[in-house]
Ligand binder design. Structure first.
Ligand SMILES: Cc1ncc(COP(=O)(O)O)c(C=O)c1O
Length: 418
């Protein structure tokens, strides 16, 4: 005991120096990432920062009951032991049925890989295709969880803009052609077709078909990230690119984080069996949790449809409350109102600040009013996008969202007046 104390003390007091000593030992992939700047912190009164599901919607009691039943059952030991490489087979079977019934996606259980959240799946897919210097195309803007692994793997990242119908496929084709002519053809396209994070838009059916065709013409793989597809408030479901493209062209990523509980860390990647096998070989995490896999399966079996229906209603109301606050906040100064599109699902409102407004100043004004959100730069691979801000309506109450919307308006007006 006595010997341990001085060591701990020495580390604690010499922390800075100790870290400087190991600087040269870091691997290349541990190089600092482009900083992602969040205004405010989780401690902000009105936190519209992360895509964190509403804690009030977490089915805690029911999960507690199911966990108790599971651990007491014959399957309890398996739930607490190492599991199958691909994740709990019962969950993969259930997801296969759900995909067929609700999403129009045909995937057998061995075409599904359970991951530690879909962030993990995105990282492993990037690893499967990207060697340093390989070209990956991302949307501008895009989700930072998709960008991070590409940066880490030292991909050459190319951006293609979005509009209200999602990825601009004409620009995409131009980029693909330019890259091919330069002798650096794209290998991977990362796209978020439903209720885009951060832009809130949907990729239209025509464009989905076009993207699938371009993947054949230019020989690249599509990583289709569908974290929010189930949270549709209005309109018809649009078929996934996975279901429209030739088999093998698309790897689809999905998650239970937004429709059940992010803390269970259950994501799933859908791909042909051979691809799943290769992805498994890269997944060095000792396997997805057999416990949360079983728990999620038990919950989904019991209440998938009912719960998703409830969530759609909860998040639609939240979106409406935020938009109400924003509209009210600009009633007297419509010329200062940011441009935005009303998303038909998901978690995010993406505002384009009026021309000449300094995004940094808006962020400071917002922080001063207790409002936290993510500034646009976090979502552009090249760090541009200062004229945008992303507000997540998922976490706050309707009342707070309306107030927060007014405060964002106040912050923008105050920044414009300076
Ligand atoms: C577009 C998108 N993809 C993937 C994820 C990852 O979610 P998880 O790792 O919790 O499954 C998120 C979460 O914010 C997201 O917004």
């Amino acid at each position: 005991m006595a010997a341990a104390t001085p060591t701990v003390d020495r580390l604690a007091t010499a922390g800075g120096d100790a870290l400087a000593d190991i600087e040269s030992l870091y691997s290349q992939v541990a190089a600092p990432l482009t900083p992602i700047q969040f205004t405010g912190t989780a401690g902000a009164k009105y936190n519209m920062g992360g895509g964190q599901p509403d804690p009030a919607t977490l089915p805690r009691e029911e999960l507690a009951d199911l966990a108790g039943e599971l651990l007491a059952s014959e399957d309890g030991a398996a739930a607490l032991s190492y599991g199958e490489a691909g994740g709990f087979a019962g969950l993969r079977q259930l997801l296969s049925e759900k995909l067929r019934r609700w999403d129009g996606v045909e995937a057998s259980p061995d075409e599904i890989l359970i991951t530690n959240g879909s962030n993990h799946g995105l990282a492993v897919v990037a690893q499967l295709f990207i060697n340093p210097g390989d070209v990956a195309i991302v949307e501008a803007p895009t989700f930072m969880g998709g960008l991070r692994p590409l940066r880490q793997l030292k991909a050459q990242i190319e951006m293609v803009p979005l509009d209200e119908n999602g990825l601009n496929v004409v620009a995409l084709e131009g980029t693909l052609r330019r890259l091919r002519d330069a002798g650096t053809p794209a290998k991977l396209l990362y796209t978020i077709p439903n209720f885009h994070n951060p832009a809130g838009v949907n990729l239209s059916l025509d464009r989905r078909k076009r993207v699938a065709q371009l993947a054949d013409d230019f020989n690249f793989v599509i990583l289709e990230d569908d974290a929010y597809g189930e949270l549709r408030f209005t309109g018809e479901q649009i078929p996934s690119i996975y279901s429209l493209a030739r088999k093998g062209r698309v790897i689809r990523s999905a998650t239970l984080s937004k429709i059940l509980a992010a803390g269970l860390r259950v994501g799933y990647t859908i791909a042909p069996k051979e691809v799943v096998g290769r992805l498994s070989s890269l997944k060095l995490d000792g396997g997805a949790s057999p416990f949360t896999g079983r728990l999620a399966a038990a919950y989904l079996k019991r209440r998938y449809e009912e719960h998703v229906t409830l969530l759609r209603d909860v998040y639609r109301r939240k979106r409406d409350a935020l938009v109400k606050g924003i509209e009210a906040g600009f009633a007297a100064t419509p010329h200062l109102k940011p441009a935005y599109m009303l998303p038909t699902g998901g978690f995010f409102l993406w505002l384009k600040l009026p021309a000449g407004t300094d995004g940094t100043r808006v962020a400071a004004e917002a922080a001063g009013r207790g409002v936290a959100y993510v500034p646009g730069q976090a979502f552009f691979a090249d760090g541009s996008g200062a004229e945008y801000i992303r507000l997540a309506w998922s976490m706050l109450s309707e009342e707070d969202l309306e107030a927060a919307g007014r405060l964002v308006a106040e912050a923008i007006r105050a920044a414009a007046a300076k």
